[in-house]
Design a protein around this ligand. Structure first.
Ligand code: NAP
Ligand code: COA
Length: 266
């Protein structure tokens, strides 16, 4: 059950990269429940179609556009398609990302670049392409970072660098684009259960997973719904005076510092 009143996003249009699965798909569904029309963007059309189908099945309006966030052209075309279809753009969520666990010495230059390009360049591309339509009435951009952005983490130097870059980009764009009534923020989730990210990073053994959850200050993984709550808080009028910051939604995981990640990635 949502703690927010209904209809918070009535009449709004959102563009969500990485909206074909996991956290991004959860955000798309939540925004539609709150009255928004959404366009979701990712490489694989079949994943997008599934999410669009489930939203349409509940009477919501959604559009799936395939492309790669690393291509400015792909992103710009998809945003143009969104405004042609829905008439405006109020919200951008950058959820697209890539991750694989690898030590720096087990990673090629191209492996590092792949993740930095998807996460950091991809977020810049979407923010840059969304600026013009969003500047008509103002709006809100939120990128997903991660606690790896500031907690030293083994096997994640590519992700940490990319996510730290997004946090800084968030501050700079907030400073530059306030004049256009565009707020720019980030959300840094901790470990979120039942996601691709955790399938790639968490221990496979359920007993080890349980032990890792117990060490968390809140004693459990987070849920996709809890990230949706933070997103809704930021993009709705409750976030009207918030720009240029990262909201940490991690159940206290970052407080445990590098030691927690060392155990998690062992
Ligand atoms: P996910 O389901 O794999 O979501 C990532 C999405 O991005 C996928 O739908 C993927 O679809 C899309 N994508 C990947 N590369 C792309 C590209 N080059 N161009 C366009 N789309 C691309 O993973 P998730 O776990 O929900 O993660 C969502 C976000 O939360 C990410 O930013 C992640 O870093 C962040 N996060 C997750 C956790 C966690 O515990 N899961 C913790 C902290 C932060 P295609 O493959 O079809 O393109
Ligand atoms: N260890 C080391 N290097 C790896 C690797 C691994 N586990 N997986 C991929 N790489 C390297 C590849 O070898 C390649 O480098 P090379 O050309 O020098 O050999 C480079 O990364 C790019 O790989 P490629 O498969 O061509 O990239 P892609 O653009 O198709 O995919 C990834 C990007 C690798 C990030 C892929 O995992 C992906 O698409 N992920 C999206 C979903 C996701 O990660 N979700 C979790 C979000 S938290």
């Amino acid at each position: 059950m949502s703690v927010f009143k209904d209809g918070l996003l009535d009449g709004k249009v959102a563009f969500i990269t990485g909206g074909g699965s996991g956290i991004g798909a959860g955000i798309a569904k939540r925004f539609v429940e709150q009255g928004a029309k959404v366009a979701i963007f990712g490489r694989r059309q079949e994943k997008l179609d599934e999410v669009v189908g489930s939203i349409s099945g509940t009477g919501g309006k959604a559009l799936g556009v395939s492309g790669d966030v690393r291509s400015y052209d792909d992103v710009e075309k998809a945003i143009n398609k969104t405004t042609e279809e829905f008439g405006r753009l109020d919200i951008l969520i950058n959820a697209a990302a890539g991750n694989f666990p690898a030590p720096a010495l087990g990673m090629s230059s191209n492996g590092f670049k792949a993740v930095v390009d998807i996460d950091l360049l991809g977020s810049f591309n979407a923010c840059r392409a969304a600026f013009e339509p969003m500047s008509k009435d103002g709006g809100s951009m939120v990128s997903i970072t991660a606690t790896q952005a500031w907690v030293p983490t083994p096997l994640q130097c590519h992700v940490g660098a990319a996510k730290a870059g997004i946090a800084k980009l968030t501050q700079d764009l907030a400073l530059e684009w306030g004049f256009a009534k565009i707020r720019v923020n980030a959300v840094a989730p901790g470990p979120i259960g039942d996601t691709e990210g955790m399938r790639r990073l968490a221990p496979q053994d359920p007993k080890e997973q349980e032990a890792m959850q117990k060490i968390m200050p809140v004693g459990r993984w987070g849920t996709i719904d809890e990230i949706c709550d933070a997103m809704l808080f930021l993009v709705s009028p409750s976030g009207a005076f918030i720009t240029g910051t990262t909201i940490v939604v991690d159940g206290g995981q970052a407080l445990l510092g590098s030691a927690w990640f060392q155990k998690m990635m062992a």
